[in-house]
Design a protein around this ligand. Sequence first.
Ligand SMILES: Cc1cc2nc3c(=O)[nH]c(=O)nc-3n(C[C@H](O)[C@H](O)[C@H](O)COP(=O)(O)OP(=O)(O)OC[C@H]3O[C@@H](n4cnc5c(N)ncnc54)[C@H](O)[C@@H]3O)c2cc1C
Length: 150
Amino acid sequence: MIKGIHRWCSTFTGGYTYYKDAIVLDMNSFNKILAIDEKKKEVTVEAGATISAIQQAIAKKGLAMKVSQSLLFFSVGGSLSVNGHGRDIRHGSMASTVSKMTVITPTGELKTLEKNNKAQHEQMKTILGGYGLFGVIVEVTFELVDDEVY
Ligand SMILES: Cc1cc2nc3c(=O)[nH]c(=O)nc-3n(C[C@H](O)[C@H](O)[C@H](O)COP(=O)(O)OP(=O)(O)OC[C@H]3O[C@@H](n4cnc5c(N)ncnc54)[C@H](O)[C@@H]3O)c2cc1C
């Protein structure tokens, strides 16, 4: 049974995901930007990718994340699992900008869930903000917006 998934903020903020004799998954090497779809305005990334790495990759295409945290060194998996938010009041939490994600379920299945499928969206909602308790986030597709200079 997995009782902790971590990058590094857990240690920084107090080690709240650690458990005696538990297995910890280090997602640092799952850090690739897998695809940028300029037409659909979407980016697909691995869950260990940082917000900073995503912003750098998509800015080159004139795109930006709809919702981004104030600090950019957090991971996608860590941000979505705590239901992270940004400062722009138009789009809600980061989780609301996820169109698709691949997860490992508690029974060990690799499953892709899409927001536009009602049943799959319900399952997505337990994992987003679920602190890693309801599945391991492996890959995520985010909806993007045009980059604008304020
Ligand atoms: C200085 C500072 C500024 C902050 N600013 C903001 C802000 O602007 N907005 C905001 O919303 N929050 C903010 N936070 C909180 C921050 O979003 C969380 O601490 C976030 O979880 C950090 O991401 P991480 O990658 O370090 O996650 P970790 O600490 O590694 O993990 C956090 C949780 O997510 C789970 N998890 C990690 N990866 C996965 C995965 N792949 N699949 C499933 N579960 C996973 C872990 O088990 C753990 O429960 C801030 C925190 C700090 C310290």
